[in-house]
Design a binder for this molecule. Structure first.
Ligand code: SAM
Length: 257
C-alpha cells in the first residue's frame, strides 16, 4: 500500500477544509508559541499551506514537504505566485534532509494517509535536532447524529471510511514508547453545522480521501440507499445538526537515550 497523494484534491482542498478565520488564528497562535525561535520547522504533508502559510506570516521558519506537486503549486498560488518558504516534493517516510537538521516537525492531518507511518515517525525523529519537537494533529471526522446509520448502510456495500495510516494517539504513543514524552496542547473547540444532504453530496463528489478507494458508481449506489433509508425513517435531508469540533494537537519531545 502507498501513501495517499492529494494531487486530485488540490483544486478544491481549501474550499472544503478551511477553518473559520477566528479558529485558524487560535490554532496558529497555539502552534506559533511552540515554534517561535526555532530555526527550521518542517511540515510533512504541507499541502496547500493551510497551516504553514499563516505560521510563516507570524515569522515561523517553515520548510514544506509534500508528495503531491499540485498541492504545492496551490500553496504557491495561495501565497500570491511565489513560494514564501522552501517547498520540496518528497515522501515523509524518506525525508531528503540531513539528520538533526530541523528544530520542529509538524504533521497535520497526514499520518492517517501513510500506511508506513512508523517510518514517517522515525524520519521525523531522525531529522529533529536535540531539543526539537514533533507536533501532531491526527484530524478525523466529526460524527453527526446520522453518521452511525450511514456507516452501517455503507458497510453493507463493503464501503468503509478506513484510512491506511494511523489516527490514534495511543497507537503512536505505543510506537514511540520511551523515545519521546507526549504533551497535549490546549484544545480548540468550535461548532460545526451540517446536513445529511451536504454529507451525501461530499460522499458522491468524493471530497474526502477515504472515498477515493471506491468508484463514483459505488458511491452513488451507497448514497441512493441512504436517501431511501432517510425517506423510510422520516429523516429530513436538509435539517441542520450542530456538533462541536475539537482540534487537538499533541507535542512529542524526544528523550535522549
Ligand atoms: C489532508 S492533507 C493536509 C495538508 C495540510 N497539512 C493541512 O493540514 O491542510 C494531507 C497532505 O499530505 C500529503 N501526503 C500524504 N502522504 C504523504 C507522504 N508520505 N509524504 C508527504 N506528504 C504526504 C498529501 O499529498 C496531502 O497534501
Amino acid at each position: 500500500m502507498t501513501s495517499m497523494s492529494f494531487a486530485r484534491a488540490a483544486a478544491y482542498y481549501d474550499a472544503t477544509r478551511a477553518l473559520p478565520e477566528q479558529v485558524s488564528d487560535q490554532v496558529c497562535t497555539l502552534l506559533a508559541a511552540e515554534l517561535a525561535g526555532r530555526r527550521r520547522c518542517l511540515e510533512i504533508g504541507v499541502g496547500t499551506g493551510r497551516i504553514a502559510l499563516p505560521l510563516h506570516d507570524r515569522g515561523i521558519a517553515v520548510l514544506g514537504l509534500d508528495l503531491a506537486r499540485p498541492m504545492l503549486e496551490q500553496l504557491v498560488a495561495n501565497a500570491g505566485g511565489r513560494a514564501p518558504f522552501p517547498v520540496l516534493v518528497g515522501d515523509a517516510t524518506r525525508l531528503p534532509l540531513a539528520t538533526a537538521s530541523c528544530d520542529a516537525v509538524v504533521a497535520c492531518h497526514v499520518l492517517h494517509l501513510v500506511p508506513d507511518w512508523p517510518s514517517a515517525i522515525d524520519e521525523a525523529l531522525r531529522v529533529l535536532a536535540p531539543g526539537g519537537v514533533l507536533l501532531v494533529d491526527f484530524g478525523g471526522g466529526i460524527p453527526a447524529p446520522w453518521s452511525g446509520a450511514l456507516s452501517r448502510i455503507a458497510a453493507a456495500h463493503d464501503v468503509t471510511d478506513r484510512r491506511p495510516g494511523t489516527s490514534d494517539p495511543d497507537e503512536l504513543g505505543g510506537y514511540l514508547g520511551r523515545r519521546a514524552a507526549q504533551r497535549a496542547l490546549p484544545e480548540v473547540s468550535f461548532p460545526v453545522t451540517r446536513t445529511l444532504a451536504t454529507d451525501l453530496d461530499n460522499w458522491e463528489q468524493q471530497i474526502f480521501s477515504w472515498t477515493w478507494n471506491y468508484s463514483p458508481e459505488q458511491m452513488k449506489v451507497v448514497c441512493d440507499d441512504i436517501r431511501r433509508w432517510a425517506l423510510e425513517v422520516g429523516r429530513d435531508l436538509h435539517e441542520p445538526a450542530t456538533m462541536q469540533r475539537s482540534i487537538r494537537w499533541l507535542a512529542y519531545e524526544p528523550v535522549a537515550p
